[in-house]
Design a protein around this ligand. Structure first.
Ligand SMILES: [Zn+2]
Length: 208
């Protein structure tokens, strides 16, 4: 650590743009803007630990969420199941390549990559395996945050598309439960992740 020769880092209030020296906070502490009173930054309690286990649970749950049937479909008297993967394949089958790609990206690929990313980052912190490349990695992970909640929206699209395609009776299945739990784990993993803390630690370690 070479904190002494580093220039002081500044932090700006997101509401009123007032500038402050970045405060050194302990776990559970937060800093408020003295001008407008809004939250400047906070240090979450057990951030790495909590995010590590939520992301691990999320990674495990992604398997049933993707593969278990989300919907039961009754087609001409016959009942069959459709998982998220089946829905995507059905969309490709009917020529809705664009929608299939979007659904694949936002309900499947990005959430899985985000969870793996959160897991890798918290794993590196938990077991002291910090590398300079984590700085770039975390930047990319941070960028994916913008797309986090699109999966709920896309799941809505996939269900309604499937219903439109087949005009069938739908029932809810185990896969949907797994999907919802998966979503909760992803949300908890990223809300537990203390971004300010991770940036600070990585910068202290690797940025001159
Ligand atoms: Zn302010």
């Amino acid at each position: 650590m070479n904190k002494t020769k580093k220039a002081k880092q500044l932090i700006a209030c997101q509401q009123c743009d007032a500038l402050y020296d970045t405060p050194m906070l302990k776990q559970g502490q937060s800093a408020k803007c003295t001008r407008c009173g809004s939250m400047l930054t906070e240090r979450k309690v057990d951030s790495i630990e909590r995010s590590f286990f939520w992301s691990l649970a999320g990674i495990i749950l992604s398997v049933p969420a993707i593969l278990l049937p989300i919907m039961g479909v009754t087609l001409v008297g016959q009942y069959h199941h459709a998982s998220l993967l089946d829905c995507i394949l059905a969309l490709i089958d009917r020529g809705f390549i664009m929608i299939a790609t979007l659904v694949f990206l936002f309900t499947l690929a990005i959430p899985v990559v985000r969870l793996l990313g959160a897991f890798y980052i918290t794993y590196s912190f938990k077991f002291n395996r910090l590398k300079p490349s984590l700085l770039y990695f975390f930047r990319a992970h941070h960028y994916l945050d913008n797309w986090a909640m699109l999966n709920v929206f896309m799941l809505g699209i996939v269900v309604s598309m499937y219903k439109l395609l087949d005009d069938t009776e739908l029932s809810v299945n185990m896969g949907l439960l797994a999907f919802i739990l998966w979503l909760i784990c992803s949300t908890m993993a990223s809300s537990a992740l203390d971004q300010d803390y991770i940036w600070q630690e990585l910068e202290n370690e690797f940025v001159d």
